[in-house]
Design a protein around this ligand. Structure first.
Ligand code: NAD
Ligand code: UGA
Length: 466
């Protein structure tokens, strides 16, 4: 099938490339001319494992083309995917400016029966509005507006697209059903969920908000574990073995980030309020996540005796998660300025997000490798779970830092081996038993010590010992 994809970002590019790999003839459009020129040369504007190779294969096979011209891209196409950004507006709602502009241009170039598929994440009711917009722009044109939200994760995008848990297709009549079935047919036996368009729009936000809530929940459990000497990793394991809960998205961390959880929770909360049905759990999730990121600088300051003035702090990991160079809403973008505002000097390293991060962190020194970031540091924070950080041992910190104090927000290191080697380690969500002699250097924050002891004295929890 001939298919046009509007928007060559994470979703558009992955969608276009994967559909080409499945045998469709794809033309991708973007308003960013530099992006299109790079793509014509098989250069991906984003870091996504496996994408560039797949792109090159399909360009060479003549199955995917790139242009800035919508009319040219739509020649002979029976379906158009809209995959442009829907960023957060001032009031939290989704900004549909790009989507509406793209849809209007598609409408003006529509001929014959056209299936217009919204892959962008959009609030409930957007499909209805797009239908009206297309009819207005091109009266008399025959078309269907379909909602087909995307559930891929950055860093695992190709696999998520090619082997989806489900493909949700929201439609209001059966006219385009066969088109949608034909698009996904080469994937073989995958669950296609046909539903009403507004359900499909709601499913996308519900899924992201639920996952964000799961992360915020385990992060609050991590705080409780620190206070009562529990271990959040074991708590998550015990919870996750219940198939009704599941073990995924229960990794405590510095707070969730990325281009979607923050904006999609805000957009869901905004549209729920607008509909007169506020979602308190979603609002609490947003507040909890903001508080978590803000609290990191306080934790670090407490461990360093109260003040960060003149302290040098190494940040290992800037991207919002491993496997991507995406810096959108990365926790590092809140945490680093908060540390700097308290007088700390930051040296940061990230194996992939360096170029994206540099313009966003103008006060920050960027290091070429882990060792230069750690050099002379008073504390080191692991903010992204890059696999290469796992190969670091206590001696890497001890030999280079001014004092070996590590804040591990991603459960990268073993508490026992770091403690045994004399490196003080804060491991997120892992409390410290005062009587546990084999963990002498695991940090209880000095100023929290009496509070922790008081809570421990009252606690009936069986204290985990490693
Ligand atoms: P992105 O910002 O990476 O890419 C959007 C692209 O659209 C940009 O290259 C931009 O230049 C282009 N664009 C904007 N207006 C255009 C127009 N009128 N015509 C042609 N191109 C235009 O965005 P993204 O991360 O790919 O997200 C796109 C949508 O998919 C959003 O709604 C997002 O919520 C949703 N989504 C994203 C992910 C993800 O992992 N990033 C996953 C699922 C869903
Ligand atoms: C997320 C969803 O997982 C995708 O299904 C969805 O398609 C996408 O948003 C979207 O709509 O854009 P993504 O943003 O790529 O994908 O990243 P996730 O892997 O979901 O992680 C989001 C954030 O939560 C990251 O900051 C990550 O570090 C954090 N997280 C995730 C945790 O702290 N703990 C976990 O257990 C899982």
């Amino acid at each position: 099938m001939r298919i046009t994809v509007i928007g060559c970002g994470y979703v558009g590019l992955v969608t276009g490339t994967c559909l080409a790999e499945l045998g469709h003839h794809i033309t991708c459009v973007d308003t960013n001319a530099a992006r299109i020129e790079a793509l014509k040369k098989s250069v991906s504007p984003i870091y996504e494992p496996g994408l560039e190779e797949l792109l090159e294969t399909n360009i060479n096979a003549g199955r995917i083309h790139f242009t800035t011209n919508v009319a040219e891209a739509m020649q002979g196409a029976s379906a158009v995917f809209l995959a442009v950004g829907t960023p957060q507006s001032e009031d939290g709602s989704a900004n549909l400016t790009y989507l509406n502009a793209a849809a209007a241009e598609v409408a003006r170039n529509a001929k014959g029966f056209l299936t217009i598929i919204t892959k962008s994440t959009v609030p409930v009711g957007t499909g209805d509005a797009l239908e009206a917009l297309v009819a207005r722009e091109n009266p008399g044109v025959e078309f269907a507006v379909i909602s087909n939200p995307e559930f891929l994760r950055e860093g695992a995008a190709i696999q998520d697209f090619m082997q989806p848990d489900r493909v949700v297709i929201g439609l209001e009549n059966d006219r385009a059903r066969s088109v949608m079935t034909a698009i996904y047919a080469p994937m073989g036996d995958i669950p296609l969920l046909f539903t009403r368009r507004r359900n499909s729009e709601l499913i996308k936000y519900a899924a992201n908000a639920f996952l964000a809530m799961k992360v915020a929940f385990i992060n609050e459990m991590a705080d409780l574990c620190e206070a009562v000497n529990g271990d959040v990793a074991e708590v998550a394991q015990g919870m996750g073995l219940d198939p009704r809960i599941g073990n995924r998205f229960l990794q405590a961390g510095p707070g969730y980030g990325g281009s979607c959880f923050p904006k999609d929770t805000a957009a869901l909360a905004a549209s729920a309020s607008k509909a007169g049905s506020p979602m308190q759990l979603v609002e609490a999730t947003i507040a909890s996540n903001e508080a978590r990121k803000a609290n990191v600088a306080t934790k670090v300051a407490e461990a360093l005796g109260g003040s960060l003035v003149g302290k040098r702090i190494a940040i290992l990991g800037l991207a919002f998660k491993a496997g991507t160079d995406d810096m959108r809403e990365a926790p590092a973008l809140s945490i680093i300025p908060a540390l700097e505002a308290r007088g700390a000097k930051i040296a940061a390293f990230d194996p992939k997000a360096f170029e994206q991060a540099r313009p966003l962190l103008t006060e920050t020194e960027f290091s070429k490798d882990v060792q230069s970031a750690l050099h002379g540091a008073d504390a080191a924070l692991i903010l992204t779970e890059w696999p290469e950080f796992r190969t670091l041992g206590p001696s890497d910190f001890k030999s280079t830092m001014r004092q070996p104090l590590v804040f591990d927000f991603r459960h990268t290191f073993s508490v026992e081996s770091f403690a045994a080697a004399g490196v003080s380690l804060y491991s997120v969500g892992r409390g410290h038993d005062e009587d546990e002699q084999e963990r002498p250097d695991v940090l209880p924050f000095p100023s929290l010590e009496s509070e922790v002891k008081a809570k421990l004295a009252k606690s009936k929890l069986k204290i985990h010992s490693a």
